[in-house]
Design a protein around this ligand. Structure first.
Ligand code: SF4
Ligand code: SF4
Length: 355
């Protein structure tokens, strides 16, 4: 368990180390914390447990509730399953009453982690509707951190003020190159500078890896972050939908059904952000339907999602649709130490059969 003092020491130590070492340390720390957090409750199907137990479980584990506020995305990217299901003409809006029910439930546990408006839509393609949903979330879940992921096509300087006034905390801006362009860090920097100019928000920091350039920008009241990634080198197979990313198998556990709660524009709940209810290939993976007012996010999290957690908690080969998914997989250098920790933890809590 980390204390404020140990976190302060860790942060202080990190300021003297190169960026790649810091990133590696953080990854190791995050995985160790996840292992330490595993209890029988989070692995067992608690569909019939009292509501208070389910609420406690959700509040203790979920760090991100990701929502689609609408269906439309104006783009069709080669590294996204929208290349299979074209969303450009799908103008469906997610039922506002359904989302308010979700926000009320989150408010009832004083949820203070992230709520994200993203998925396979472009949230800013209907700004007015998005602003209403953000206002609702801000009112009903006052301590949540609200963020939006946008492809920036509809983003203007004036939109930033609207988002801020509605209660948004953070805007993630994904920069995509034209299909004819080849990713280089120089080109990624140029795109970051174009965004700086378009929004009138000066770049305040830039960090680079071999496959990405990430920038932060100065803007009062909303944290602005952009990333431009090389999708020739970096990508996820999205539940076996994208053949170009199926070359490697998954080695480690998957923490997504522990940490995230994913809601599609259809009201369907999915086990992770890579699976989607509007793909025939993924319909069988739907774990809940929030269009049924009798179903709550707590029921689904404590119930159907437990099966996914059990099947993904251990090391070794995974079943479809997870076998070639590299989404947040454990880096190979951590496999030895983390599998040792996990082994001991699962034995200790009497769930060694899941290894
Ligand atoms: S990657 Fe983003 S912008 Fe591109 S098609 Fe998918 S959802 Fe739309
Ligand atoms: S391993 Fe499976 S559950 Fe985890 S992110 Fe990948 S597809 Fe989703």
């Amino acid at each position: 368990m980390s204390t404020p003092f140990s976190s302060m020491i860790a942060r202080l130590t990190e300021t003297f180390l190169p960026g790649y070492v810091v990133r590696r340390m953080r990854v190791g720390r995050e995985w160790r914390r996840w292992v330490a957090s595993i209890t029988p409750e989070i692995l067992d199907d608690l569909a019939h447990a009292p509501t208070e137990v389910k609420k406690r479980l959700f509040k203790s584990y979920v760090k991100l509730v990701e929502i689609e506020a609408n269906a439309k995305c104006n783009r069709v990217c080669s590294f996204c399953p929208n290349i299979v299901v074209d969303r450009r003409r799908n103008h469906t809006l997610t039922d506002a009453k359904l989302l308010d029910r979700v926000f009320e439930d989150l408010g009832s546990i004083d949820y203070a982690q992230r709520i994200r408006f993203a998925r396979y839509s472009e949230p800013l393609s209907n700004v007015r509707y998005l602003l209403d949903r953000i206002r609702s979330a801000r009112r009903l879940v006052p301590h949540a951190e609200l963020d939006v992921v946008t492809n920036t096509d509809y983003l203007k300087r004036s939109t930033l003020a609207q988002l801020r006034d509605a209660g948004l905390n953070k805007l993630y801006m994904s920069i995509y190159l034209k299909p004819s362009e080849k990713w280089t860090s120089e080109l990624a920097r140029v795109y970051g500078e174009r965004l700086e100019k378009k929004l009138g928000t000066p770049i305040t920091s830039r960090s680079e890896t071999d496959v990405s350039v990430r920038c932060t920008y100065k803007y009062e009241g909303v944290e602005l972050v952009s990333s431009c990634r090389n999708f020739d080198e970096y990508g996820v197979d999205r539940g076996s939908m994208l053949a170009q990313y199926t070359g490697e198998t998954r080695a480690g556990p998957c923490r997504e059904p522990f940490w995230t709660f994913i809601i599609d524009y259809t009201g369907a709940v999915m086990p992770c952000c890579n699976l989607r209810s509007d793909l025939d290939e993924h319909k069988g993976f739907i774990v809940g339907d929030l269009t049924n007012p009798a179903t709550t996010i707590f029921d689904i999290y404590a119930g159907r999602l437990a099966e996914w957690r059990q099947s993904l908690v251990g090391f070794g080969s995974k079943e479809h649709p997870c076998q070639t998914c590299r989404h947040r997989d454990l880096p190979s250098e951590f496999i030895g130490p983390i599998s040792g920790h996990l082994n001991r933890q699962l034995q200790r809590i009497g769930r060694g059969n899941l290894l």
